[in-house]
Write a protein that binds this ligand. Structure first.
Ligand SMILES: [Zn+2]
Length: 64
């Protein structure tokens, strides 16, 4: 099962949860306040995207 990062909209807590890939966010219970208002965070993928983007920019620079 993949590990996802969630942020609770009710109390603002950030936590990681092992879930099935098709688990809707409404089923994720916040470990801090117990409410089900978590939203999925995509920080890991976003960071990777930014990384390759800046590397491509750097490679473009010297070609003149
Ligand atoms: Zn919460």
């Amino acid at each position: 099962m993949p590990l996802y990062e969630y942020r609770c909209r009710a109390c603002g807590a950030e936590f990681e949860q092992l879930v099935r890939w098709n688990t809707p966010p409404e089923e994720i219970e916040c470990p801090h306040c117990g409410r089900r208002e978590a939203e999925k965070r995509l920080s890991r993928f976003a960071a990777r995207g930014t990384d390759s983007g800046s590397r491509r920019d750097a490679a473009c620079g010297p070609i003149t």
